[in-house]
Ligand binder design. Structure first.
Ligand code: DX5
Ligand code: ZN
Length: 217
C-alpha cells in the first residue's frame, strides 16, 4: 500500500504561506485546516484563503472542514478548486447529500469522525465517499498526542473497504510522528496528516521522507 503524506499547514508560518508550501513540495497533498471557532474552539481561515493557496500550491489541496453547517459551506470549497473536501459527520445534517454535491463539482468527498464518534453507522455509506478521516486527537489544535484508542475504527474501515472493493482512502490526523505513523499504518491507514512533525522538527523535506519510510516499514 502506498502511503500518502499530507502535511498540515496549521503549524506553518501564516505570513509566508507560499514559501511554506514550497518547503513541502515532495509531499502528496497539502492538508488545509478550516476552523470556525464554533465546531472547534479555534479559528483559522476560510474559502478565500483556499482560493489563494490553490493558485500558488505545487500540490493539490486536501481541505479539512472543522466547521458547523457543512451542508451549507462545504460545496464552496470544492468550487474554489480543493482536490478533496472532508467535513465532520458530527456537524452534517445530510452527509450523503453533501458528498454527492462535492463529487458533482469535481472534488473528492471525505467524511471525518472525532475520537469519540462511532464509525459503524457510516460504514454502509462508504460508496458515497472517496476518503474517511479518523481523527487521532480532538480536533482544534496542532501539537497534541496521538490517541491509540482510535485505532480499532481503522480496522473496521479497512475491513469494510477491502470487502467492498472500493478505493476509499483512510486518513488519520493528529499526533502523527515517525513512531505513531507505524501504528496507524498497521491499523489500516494509508493517508497521513502531519503538522508539527513536518514543520517543527528540522527540515520539512527530510521529515516527509522519514514519515514515508516509517509508514512503509
Ligand atoms: C487538528 C488538525 C490537524 C493538525 C494536526 O485539529 O485537524 O490537521 O494540524 O497537527 P499535529 O500533526 O501537530 O497533531
Ligand atoms: Zn486536519
Amino acid at each position: 500500500m502506498t502511503a500518502r503524506i499530507n502535511p498540515s499547514i496549521l503549524t506553518a508560518d501564516f505570513a509566508n504561506l507560499e514559501h511554506e508550501l514550497d518547503r513541502i513540495a515532495t509531499a502528496d497533498l497539502v492538508h488545509v485546516d478550516i476552523m470556525d471557532n464554533h465546531f472547534v474552539p479555534n479559528l483559522t481561515f476560510g474559502q478565500r484563503m483556499v482560493e489563494s493557496l490553490q493558485r500558488v500550491s505545487p500540490l493539490p489541496l486536501d481541505v479539512h472542514l472543522m466547521i458547523d453547517d457543512p451542508d451549507r459551506w462545504a460545496p464552496g470549497y470544492a468550487e474554489v478548486g480543493a482536490f478533496s473536501v472532508t467535513f465532520h459527520a458530527e456537524a452534517a445534517a445530510d452527509p450523503v447529500a453533501i458528498a454527492r454535491r462535492l463529487r458533482q463539482i469535481g472534488a473528492r468527498a471525505g467524511i471525518a469522525v472525532k475520537p469519540g464518534t462511532d464509525i459503524r453507522p457510516y460504514l454502509e455509506l462508504l460508496p458515497e465517499f472517496d476518503q474517511v478521516l479518523v481523527m487521532t486527537v480532538e480536533p482544534g489544535f496542532g501539537g497534541q498526542s496521538f490517541m491509540e484508542s482510535t485505532m480499532p475504527k481503522l480496522g473496521l474501515l479497512r475491513e469494510a473497504v477491502s470487502a467492498s472493493g472500493l478505493d476509499v482512502w483512510l486518513q488519520v490526523d493528529g499526533g502523527i510522528t515517525e513512531q505513531t505513523i507505524t501504528i496507524a499504518a498497521e491499523a489500516g491507514a494509508d493517508t497521513f496528516v502531519a503538522g508539527s512533525s513536518v514543520y517543527n522538527v528540522g527540515e520539512p523535506a527530510s521529515q516527509i521522507a522519514a514519515l514515508r519510510a516509517a509508514a512503509a516499514a
